[in-house]
Ligand binder design. Structure first.
Ligand code: UT7
Length: 326
């Protein structure tokens, strides 16, 4: 059971540089055709002289404005990121500083591409525990800084971006049936290793790959299984009030096609925008939620499932009764 809260604001923040598949052809041996057919991706946004904090601040500012609130109304900040500009302070702390949000709890969660679902459930739960009325939940990702740009099997897949929502306590709950799951990744299917700097007592090996490494096929199989399983679990929990719309983590359109073939869900129930943004890790559900809202795909009264999956291995989902007017 999750505390009764509702989404009252939403916003997005993007780098200004767009990189098309054609531009990727100049960097590695790939083709627009391969990328489009294998993934559904056509372009991505990549950080240049902007940064994770600045796009996260943009997204958060828009979400707070949309909620009709001011920064001082925020009583809790939970951010998700796998690649912020700093290890400390947290991304949440940087957003708090730059938006001049008053003293309040502010911290990051790390759960790979599932991070937003973890952040949302954490924030909603803490709002009840700490008696906080209004919370900012955001995801800001700069995966491009952790990519090996000569590895065609990964560099074409990811993009940078940020999204944010504002949650407010309410008498009626609109976020239901949280599922948060993790499984040990013994095969290291998706990793980014930190750089080990020498200490006076230990010389770390010189050859260290500190860029994203992914076993694509294994992750594909895992993602398809947990997405289908989570959808079925949420469907069961909803009983006679089913969700009709689905916003999944945006990793590969073929994962959605596979899930449609193996479950009763249909393609038109899924909102996909990864053709425009590629895989923005934990920001992807928020960017999709933003586009779905902005394009009128979502309307008050809709019941939708949000589902994430990714490194960890992690996965999770919630059902949301959408209330935000356009
Ligand atoms: O956000 C976390 C979740 N992540 C995911 O969900 C990612 C899940 N995995 C995937 O989406 C897919 O596995 C990929 C898109 C990563 C790869 O697609 P695939 O159909 O599994 O391709 P593959 O790795 O089996 O590679 C097929 C071929 C290989 O060539 P050969 O050995 O058949 O000659 C690759 O070398 O495609 C080649 N290839 C490329 N060719 C052109 C790999 N990357 C590229 C590329 N351009 N960018």
């Amino acid at each position: 059971m999750i505390a009764p809260v509702k989404i009252v604001g939403i916003g997005e923040g993007l780098p200004k540089q767009i990189v098309t598949n054609k531009m990727m052809e100049q960097i590695v041996e790939t083709s627009d055709e391969w990328i489009t057919q294998r993934t559904g991706i056509r372009q991505r946004y990549i950080l240049t002289d902007d940064n994770v904090v600045s796009i996260s601040v943009d997204a958060s500012k828009k979400a707070i404005e949309k909620a009709g609130l001011s920064a001082q109304d925020i009583g809790l900040i939970v951010a998700s990121t796998l690649a912020s500009d700093y290890r400390i302070p947290s991304l949440a702390g940087c957003v708090q500083r730059d938006l001049e949000i008053s003293d309040c709890p502010a911290f990051d969660v790390s759960a790979g591409c599932t991070g937003f679902i973890y952040a949302l459930v954490t924030a909603a739960s803490l709002m009840e525990t700490l008696h906080v009325d209004t919370a900012l939940v955001l995801a800001g990702e700069g995966v491009s800084k952790n990519i090996n740009w000569s590895d065609r099997s990964t560099c074409v897949l990811f993009g940078d971006g940020a999204g944010a929502i504002v949650l407010k306590r309410d008498s009626v709950g609109t976020i239901h049936y949280p599922i948060l799951m993790g499984r040990s990744d013994r095969e290291n299917t998706l990793t980014i290793k930190n750089k080990d700097d020498h200490t006076p007592w230990y010389q770390y090996p010189q050859e260290q790959n500190t860029k994203l490494v992914m076993k694509g096929r294994e992750v594909f199989t895992f993602a398809s299984e947990v997405l289908a399983d989570t959808l079925n679990r949420l469907k069961e929990q909803c009983g006679d009030k089913p969700f009709t719309k689905i916003i999944p983590h945006q990793a590969n359109s073929r994962i959605i096609e596979y899930v449609c073939r193996t479950t009763g869900f249909t393609h038109d129930q899924f909102f996909l925008n990864l053709s425009q943004y590629a895989n923005t890790s934990s920001a992807s559900i928020l960017l999709a939620l933003w586009d779905a809202y902005k394009q009128g795909w979502l309307a008050p009264g809709d019941r939708l499932a949000l589902i994430g999956f990714g490194s960890g291995l992690t996965w999770g989902g919630v059902v949301v009764d959408w209330t935000l007017e356009s």
